[in-house]
Design a protein around this ligand. Structure first.
Ligand code: 7ML
Ligand code: ZN
Length: 881
């Protein structure tokens, strides 16, 4: 066991660093198995430090220490320092003047399967330092509030490592004996070490340029392996779009003359914003119409933007400590969401983001790992790159935007950039700037950063016809979460609109102000808002645009929901009404199943869908969302005790019923949208593909020969991956006679494209076919499967455990045992990925007794793993606590 009882780190213990580093001179002699690192640190005692004469404690893990030299001439001996598992303690260093510490050590990138620090991805050497990976490269003050200027020299074999990259600008290069060469990079900006990067290998690149608002010419480069050069154009265009958007919307310009992106195949996360040298998972760079789907294209643009936006929200202004992670992540996710909304469809984008928040973040908030947007304790910081910090964090920033309005928010962000450029700051500093620029009081609002859990809003309405008023009483309540039994009321913006029975807008008249829509400010546990001058009782559209990350409880009849689905002018609430209507119908069927009765479907859902289909829609992507049913995961989230089988049966029954009853409409729409398929990428074509493939998915449930032929035909003739994948999903998810043939043809066709093969694995792992578990087991033995590649692990093990509730939760526990086996194997290879895979087991208390016992037993087995990592230990132990 690496650490039987890992230490907990607390926010309340934060203290400024005892020492500062002004300059770092790094020298790497690269070798796949034995890289030599020389680090020359110019340091000084921190005048702000409160401790007395303190030893210098540098963080470092798995390093082969060669030498430590003070001030260039004093080689320290073992009496002068102490080497521990995770640190180098130098007993005495100068206290009153700056000094230079030179450390030499070795590392083995090839043995580094954890993919943190310097590692080998395929044949490429690359780094991942956030959050605490730099300490696996050399001894350092590995914390974000220590910021330094870095100069980095890379030395390596010319054939093995023809391209040598690091942060900043290339300032010198040259040749050496023995077929070696070197390059020196200098980053003029102060940065914490988590933003350090180096990449070395046989890379090709595409180049472009961007002229900034002030007329500076920035050179843009995307580096990939040679055979991927034809899949970079979209990423490059996305980068330019993001750069322009940040200038226009936030007034932020890029600051270096060079911006480099490298795509690597082995990567624990999505991407990384290293200064001037972003490293990306290939999944979020590479796209060609025949290899990437429309949603891949959209996600690539979003992730490229996310990492670019970090240059200001993350790099120029960084986090004081890792408890403040949401300072950069919540804000940057908010920025990338707004960007994507502007680039595609605001309505669709908002719905997709809320969907993810409500299925996955709400589950996190309701489980054993619940924590505030700004956590106050952790064992392993990597476990806190969570949906709460990212997605709920973005919602918190969005609420500030809603409360202040776009202009007020911009004033606040301008002040934030002005005050804190070059600093490492806190979430509070961000809110302070927003407050100061707008002269508002956000003191109660700050609780959103400190309080975990999803608040529940209960809404009651009462219309008084003689007074012509409508009273809305809103109660807020937040259930307890681990370590936080009692919750205080939050400051919650609740956007409301009123609709007359004929569909027209009823003005909101609250305290004499008359508007089409109002943002109510809920600050108390219970509050009543009175709307006046209402000659008839309006229908209330509440929490428009999902104005706060809360659960809403409000009695609604199916008729009222159908009305909102037809008339609400708020695109989010209109969609939400349809989802609630479908949810209520499915809940009725689940009740039928649980009481042993035959399923009786409420025909109102068919009527509602018919009505949606009878209208003409400009935004076909939005239209297709209106035709979608709530996911099994979302439905599970609504149940006290999750009944996976009943959820699946009930939902499938609705899908089949709709397919039968709306067969003609689905067929007409499919044919109409499919006939001119050209494979282009404008919003119109993307929308047509989306709605058409939605129709095909419904029709596929009918298992009719004509439809089987359509899907086969679409698979055979597809001009793009969206169509090919959608057709394959229909073929593979039923009893289609060509199922096996299509799956193996797909593999043959795409075996050289790793990202497409990931789709092939994920599709089979998430299938509801009865033999899925056996298929998954067989795929584990497939020559293309590799436990050392996180994308593959997520595609097969991740999809099975997180996107296939029916089979993962098989009553005999085989899914749980399978997952635990994989987590135990991954624990040694890659703790971060192992810990992420645990998320399917953490919610064990939500299931029936039999499943609870089986899941718990697997968590207990995982806890007995030899050399259990901090990552896995923290999640497993908290789940069992
Ligand atoms: C969020 C990232 C990480 C972890 C990327 C790693 C990042 C940390 C990194 C939105 C879009 C793409 C990726 C991520 C993400 C989990 C998610 N700093 O930039 O936040
Ligand atoms: Zn980020």
């Amino acid at each position: 066991m690496r650490d039987a009882n890992p230490q907990t780190i607390y926010l309340k213990d934060y203290a400024v660093p005892d020492y500062l580093i002004h300059h770092v001179e790094l020298n790497f002699t690269l070798d796949d198995e034995n890289t030599r690192v020389v680090s020359r640190l110019t340091m000084i005692r921190n005048p702000a430090s409160q401790t007395g004469d303190a030893a210098l404690v540098l963080a470092g893990e798995n390093l082969g220490l060669i030498s430590v030299v003070l001030n260039d001439d004093n080689e320290l001996t073992e009496q002068d320092y102490l080497q521990t598992q995770d640190s180098l303690i130098i007993h005495e260093v100068p206290q009153h003047r700056s000094f230079v510490l030179t450390i030499e050590n070795t590392i083995n990138p090839k043995a580094n399967t954890a993919l943190e620090g310097l590692y080998l991805s395929g044949s490429m050497l690359c780094t991942q330092c956030e959050a605490e990976g730099f300490r696996k490269i050399t001894y350092f003050l590995d914390r974000p509030d220590v910021m330094a200027k870095f100069t980095t020299t890379l030395v390596g074999d010319k054939d093995r490592y023809p391209v040598l990259l690091s942060n900043g600008n290339k300032i010198a290069q040259g040749e050496l004996a023995d077929n070696r060469h070197w390059v020196t990079w200098e980053d003029p900006f102060n940065k914490p070490c988590y933003l350090f990067a180096l990449v070395a290998g046989q890379l090709d690149c595409i180049e472009d340029s961007f002229i900034t608002l002030s007329g500076r010419n920035i050179s843009l480069q995307i580096f990939v392996e040679k055979h991927d050069l034809d899949k970079c154009a979209h990423a490059m265009q996305s980068l330019k779009n993001a750069m322009r958007w940040d200038e226009q919307v936030y007034g932020r310009e890029y600051d270096l003359d060079l911006y480099m992106i490298v795509a690597v195949s082995h990567f624990n996360m999505g991407a990384m914003e290293n200064k001037g040298l972003n490293v990306f998972n290939t999944k979020f760079v590479l796209a060609r119409p025949d290899t990437a789907t429309d949603s891949d294209y959209e996600r690539i643009e979003g992730v490229i933007a996310h990492e670019y936006f970090h240059n200001w929200t993350g790099n120029r202004i960084t986090c004081r400590d890792w408890f403040q992670l949401s300072l950069k992540e919540g804000f940057t996710v908010f920025r990338d969401q707004e960007f994507t909304g502007d680039r595609t469809s605001k309505a669709v984008n908002r719905i997709e983001n809320v969907n993810m928040l409500r299925t996955r973040q709400f589950a996190e908030d309701a489980g054993p790992m619940a924590h505030p947007v700004r956590p106050d304790a952790y064992m392993e910081v990597n476990n806190f790159y969570t949906l709460t910090v990212y997605e709920k964090g973005a919602e918190v920033v969005r609420m500030i935007h809603t409360l202040l309005g776009a202009e007020g928010f911009r004033k606040g962000s301008d002040l934030y950039f002005e005050r804190h450029d070059g600093q490492a700051v806190t979430c509070d500093d961000f809110v302070n700037a927003m407050e100061a620029a707008n002269a508002v009081d956000l003191s109660q609002f700050r609780r959103w950063y400190a309080q975990a859990g999803t608040p529940v809003l209960t809404v009651q309405q009462s219309y008084n016809s003689s007074a012509q008023t409508l009273a809305l009483t809103i109660n807020q309540h937040c259930p307890p979460t681990p370590g936080q039994a009692v919750k205080e009321p939050l400051h919650i913006p609740v956007t409301v609109g009123l609709i007359n029975k004929d569909g027209s807008i009823a003005p909101c008249n609250v305290q004499g102000r008359k508007t089409d829509e109002i943002v109510l400010q809920l600050t108390q546990a219970e509050q009543t808002f009175t709307f006046t001058d209402l000659k008839q009782q309006p229908v209330v559209s509440i929490l428009r645009g999902f104005s706060a990350p809360v659960k809403l409880v409000m009695e609604r009849s199916l008729e009222e929901l159908a009305f909102l689905l037809s008339y609400d002018s708020d695109t989010f609430n209109r969609w939400e009404a349809g989802q609630q209507l479908a949810g209520q119908v499915i809940a009725g069927l689940i009740a039928d199943i649980q009481s042993g009765q035959a399923m009786q479907i409420n025909p109102m859902i068919v009527t509602a869908f018919k009505q949606v289909m009878a209208q003409s829609w400009d935004d076909l992507s939005y239209f297709s969302l209106l035709l979608g049913l709530p996911s099994e995961t979302y439905l599970a989230e609504q149940m006290q005790v999750v009944d996976v089988v009943a959820i699946h049966k009930a939902r499938e029954f609705v899908v089949l019923t709709l397919a039968q009853q709306l067969q003609t409409q689905f067929k007409t729409l499919y044919l109409e949208c499919h006939k001119d398929e050209s494979g282009v990428f404008d919003a119109g074509a993307i929308g047509r593909r989306r709605i058409k493939n939605m129709c095909l998915a419904y029709l596929g449930r009918l298992e009719q020969p004509d439809i089987q032929q359509w899907s086969q035909q679409q698979f055979d003739t597809a001009k793009n991956m969206t169509d090919q994948m959608a057709a394959l999903a229909v073929v593979a998810n039923g009893t289609h006679p060509a199922k096996q043939e299509c799956l193996s043809r797909f593999y043959q066709q795409w075996q050289a494209e790793a990202l497409v093969i990931d789709k092939w694995f994920a599709l089979q792992a998430s299938s509801h076919n009865p033999d899925t578990f056996e298929t998954v087991q067989a795929l584990m033995q497939h020559p293309a499967f590799d436990l050392k590649n996180p994308n593959r692990v997520r595609a097969l093990i991740g999809a099975f455990s997180q996107a296939n509730p029916l089979h993962f939760h098989a009553a005999n526990g085989q899914g749980y045992q399978f997952l635990a086996d994989q987590i135990i194997a991954l624990n040694t290879l890659n703790p971060q990925v192992a810990s992420r895979m645990l998320s399917a087991l953490t919610s064990w208390r939500r299931y029936d007794e039999g499943r609870q016992a089986l899941m718990k037993a697997q968590l207990e087995r995982i806890m007995t793993t030899d050399a259990i990592s901090k990552d896995v230990y923290e999640v497993a132990s908290k789940s069992l606590a």
